[in-house]
Structure formats: structure tokens, C-alpha cells
Design a binder for this molecule. Structure first.
Ligand code: DOR
Ligand code: ZN
Length: 356
């Protein structure tokens, strides 16, 4: 492999927020330019709770894809304590529903209709285990007595592990894992569990958010942790272990909603994610494992084939030009600033147009 110019299978994003309306139309092209498929998060207002909602949302996404881009949204349902197992099973059988998202109620953006007590959704989880439909977990407890930096570790102990024992065979993705505890848990468990890792958690630790001033554009949930956790995430992402794969959690919000006395959580990384990831993998001497993280391990867990298309990565002396922000409805969405210049560029290559 040439260390400054190489080709991989076209990537997928296994955790993405596209929103709706004007925001959806403004951000979709930033993902479809780089990714063939993405798991679309259902935390709209109101949330995507039934198969019919997901079908309508999918149509709106398809309309927002720029002409010429080849992109498939993979739809999810938002689990509530009143989710109908038959609706979910029918959605999965039709091929429309790829996974179900568990938000503990109150854990993050638009999670109010989430699950308060996981035991109440036991019949739904059993049905999912039976049909092999993955549960995507936002792994943080909401107990106000638990320190926000400990909420992931406590979730594993109090909720995730007991739930997996109660529903053997349930396939689970621990979304946006942010701690060494999460990495250890997933690494040492059986093959029914995997984890996504975001771009930003590989790059920032909690200092980026708080040192020298409060920087709302680095605020996300789960919140970035100490440096030792970031290093554990880097080791997991670049290890080649198929249990860890790319889920950007690119989560656009209007700048005014983030630059506020109560700013909301979410970092918009879609425009520069591939370049950031190549930078990280190069720093870790792991460019030869970038394809596993971006394009192979996710499909393997979800039981689908990797993409036929390819993407070329090449390093240039000219830094990548990424807009600082994109405009949406008289406001902006600020693009993630990794804090260093990016020299990796990417371009799609059509399947069959080159000799691999
Ligand atoms: O930072 C985040 N933003 N974390 C989440 O869990 C939700 C997301 C959003 O929807 O904005
Ligand atoms: Zn998310």
C-alpha cells in the first residue's frame, strides 16, 4: 500500500443525524458525497417511532440527496415503552427498518420519549433477538446523582450488561463509545455486541471543551472524556478488531442553539470526517486498517456486503478546504474544527474503474 495514495471500498456511516426540513436539505449532500450508506438516527421532533414514520422520513431523505450521488439511508425506529413489536417486525421484514435505537429518556437531544425502564421493553427486545434486528444503544444513565463523566461506565453495569443477560442473542451496538470501560466491555464480550466510534472522540478530549474558555462546538453527548479514554478509543479504532467501526454521530445544530446559555449537544463532522480519520489513522501508523474501520467491519456486523464502489485517499501539500460553516435558514451550522490542518483528500472511484 502506498502510504500517501491508496484506494479502499467506499465507506459507510453507521450513526448519523440528518434532521428534517431545511436542515435535512442542507446537510445530506455532505454525507452522500463521501458515504454509500448511513444509519439514520430517529430522534426527530416528534421521533420516528413507527414503520410508517420511517417510510415517510426515508422519502424526504431521498429527495434531499443531490443529483448524481449514490446514497442509501438505512432507517431506524425510536424505541418507546409503547413500541409495537409487530409493527417493528413488519418493518424489518420489509427491509425498511435496519435497526432500533434505545435512548434512555432524557439522556440527550430529543430523547424525552425514550425508555425510562428497560425492563418494560423486554417483549420488544425478545422479538428483536428472535428476528436478528440490532438494538443501537445510547449508553448513558440519566440518574442525576451520577457524574456526567461516569454515566457511560455506570450504564454498562446497571443497564447494558443486565439487559444483554436478560435477552440472550440480542444484537447490540454500543453507539459512540467514549471510555476505556466501554472499549473493554465490548472487546471482552461475545460477538453479539459491537461499538461505533465517532470522529470527534478520536480527536478531542474534555480539555477541548473547557480549557481556556467554554467551547460549545465541542459539546456532544456522551461528553468527551479524559485523555486516557481518547487513547483507548484510538487503540480500538485502529486495531482492526471488527467490533469497532465508524459511526460519525455527525449531529448538526444551528449555531445559535449551540452558542447559548444552555447549548445543545452535537458536533457536525460530515464534511471533513474522512480527512480527519485518515489523519488519525496515519498518526497511529494504521492506514492499512482504515478500510476495516470505515468500510468492512460495519457491513460485517450488520450482515450486508461491503460497497462495490471505491474511494481514493491521497495526501497533498495543499490543505483541504473545508468551509467553517454552512448556511441554513438565516443561520449557520459550524463544521467540526479538528484543531490541525487536514492534508488528506478523497475522491470517489466508480466500481470497476481501476485495478485493485
Ligand atoms: O451529541 C449528540 N448529539 N449526542 C446525541 O446523542 C444526540 C445528538 C443530536 O441529536 O444532536
Ligand atoms: Zn447520535
Amino acid at each position: 500500500m502506498n502510504a500517501s495514495d491508496f484506494v479502499i471500498r467506499r465507506p459507510d456511516d453507521w450513526h448519523l443525524h440528518l434532521r428534517d426540513g431545511a436542515m435535512l436539505r442542507a446537510v445530506t449532500g455532505h454525507t452522500s458525497a463521501h458515504f454509500a450508506r448511513a444509519i439514520i438516527m430517529p430522534n426527530l421532533v416528534p421521533p420516528v417511532v413507527a414503520t410508517a414514520d420511517a417510510a415517510a422520513y426515508r422519502d424526504r431523505i431521498l429527495e434531499a440527496i443531490p443529483d448524481g450521488d449514490d446514497f442509501t439511508p438505512l432507517m431506524t425506529l425510536y424505541l418507546t415503552e409503547t413500541t409495537d413489536p409487530d409493527d417493528l417486525a413488519a418493518g424489518a421484514a420489509s427491509g425498511l427498518i435496519t435497526a432500533v435505537k434505545l435512548y434512555p429518556a432524557g439522556a440527550t437531544t430529543n430523547s424525552d420519549s425514550g425508555v425510562r425502564d428497560v425492563e418494560r421493553v423486554q417483549p420488544v427486545l425478545e422479538r428483536m433477538a428472535e428476528i436478528g434486528l440490532p438494538l443501537l444503544v445510547h449508553g448513558e444513565v440519566t440518574d442525576p446523582d451520577v457524574d456526567i463523566f461516569d454515566r457511560e461506565a455506570v450504564f454498562i453495569e446497571r443497564v447494558l450488561d443486565p439487559m444483554r443477560r436478560r435477552v440472550p442473542g440480542l444484537r447490540v451496538v454500543m453507539e459512540h463509545v467514549t471510555t476505556a470501560d466501554g472499549v473493554d466491555y465490548v472487546s471482552s464480550a461475545d460477538d453479539t455486541i459491537a461499538a461505533t466510534i465517532t470522529t470527534h472522540h478520536l480527536i478531542i478530549n474534555r480539555n477541548a471543551l473547557l480549557a481556556g474558555g467554554i467551547r460549545p462546538h465541542y459539546y456532544c453527548l456522551p461528553v468527551a472524556k479524559r485523555e486516557r479514554h481518547r487513547l483507548a478509543l484510538r487503540a480500538a479504532a485502529t486495531s482492526g478488531n471488527p467490533k469497532f467501526f465508524n459511526g460519525t454521530d455527525s449531529a448538526p445544530h444551528l449555531a445559535t442553539d449551540k452558542e447559548s446559555a444552555c447549548g445543545c449537544a452535537g458536533i457536525f463532522t460530515a464534511p471533513n470526517t474522512l480527512s480527519c480519520l485518515a489523519h488519525v489513522f496515519e498518526e497511529e501508523n494504521a492506514l492499512d486498517r482504515l478500510e476495516a474501520f470505515l468500510s468492512l467491519s460495519g457491513p460485517r456486523f450488520y450482515g450486508v456486503a461491503p460497497n462495490e464502489g471505491r474511494t481514493r485517499f491521497f495526501k497533498s501539500e495543499t490543505p483541504l478546504q473545508v468551509p467553517e460553516k454552512i448556511s441554513v435558514q438565516n443561520d449557520d451550522v459550524v463544521v467540526f474544527d479538528p484543531g490541525f490542518p487536514l492534508f488528506w483528500h478523497t475522491e470517489p472511484i466508480n466500481a470497476g474503474a481501476f485495478d485493485r
